[in-house]
Design a protein around this ligand. Structure first.
Ligand code: MN
Length: 202
């Protein structure tokens, strides 16, 4: 039972000018597709075959390195496409908006914390907004294709928003200007989807 590359929920050019069409084509069609195929190859015929990706990641320290890198890559990008939308941006409302204000003081406080996590992640990795086991929110970051579901993560929780800060995510359009890419991401965040993930994780 193989994992399947999810379709993008919008056209490749739908997030322009914030994320360009060519980057989306390569990022989804080559990078994410590659992680998916390599994950399937790594688990084929093993006792991980048929398990959910969340189950696999929660015990990732026990598995071969290819499962960590490609399982993380499969999960992280699947989440990433879903938390962006051409109709995104703005600020979250309802329970998530309240929780963000309570945790970070204000939406701008959250934006500063998340942006700092994304900008200061050295090399390749991800910035996250997570729901911890006690239901509280936190901003964190992970290297490479690790994520907070993994048993090896320094800070664990359920990711509800993630930003890919690998150079492959922004280099064609932004070159070395990661801070500009991080700022542009806020114009496409799909807060409706993040709110759904928040409600499910609590
Ligand atoms: Mn990526």
């Amino acid at each position: 039972m193989a994992f399947k590359l999810p379709d993008l929920p919008y056209a490749h050019n739908a997030l322009e000018p914030h994320i360009d069409e060519k980057t989306m084509q390569i990022h989804h069609g080559k990078h994410h597709n590659g992680y998916t195929n390599k994950l399937n190859a790594a688990i084929q015929g093993s006792d991980l075959d048929g398990k959910s990706i969340e189950d696999i990641l929660s015990g990732v320290s026990k598995h071969a390195g290819g499962v960590r890198n490609n399982g993380g890559g499969f999960y992280n990008h699947s989440l990433f496409w879903s938390v962006m939308s051409p109709k995104g941006g703005g600020t979250p409302s309802g329970d998530l908006g309240d929780a963000i204000n309570k945790t970070f003081g204000s939406f701008d406080g959250f934006k500063d914390a998340f942006s700092a996590a994304a900008k200061t992640r050295f090399g390749s990795g991800w910035a996250w907004l997570i729901v911890k086991a006690d239901g509280s929110l936190a901003v964190t970051s992970t290297p490479n294709q690790d994520n907070p579901l993994m048993d090896i993560a320094e800070e664990k929780g359920t990711p509800i928003l993630g930003l890919d800060v690998w150079e492959h995510a922004y280099y064609l359009n932004y070159q070395n200007r990661r801070p500009d890419y991080v700022g542009a991401f806020f114009n496409v965040i799909n807060w409706e989807e993040v709110s759904k993930r928040f409600a499910a994780a609590k």
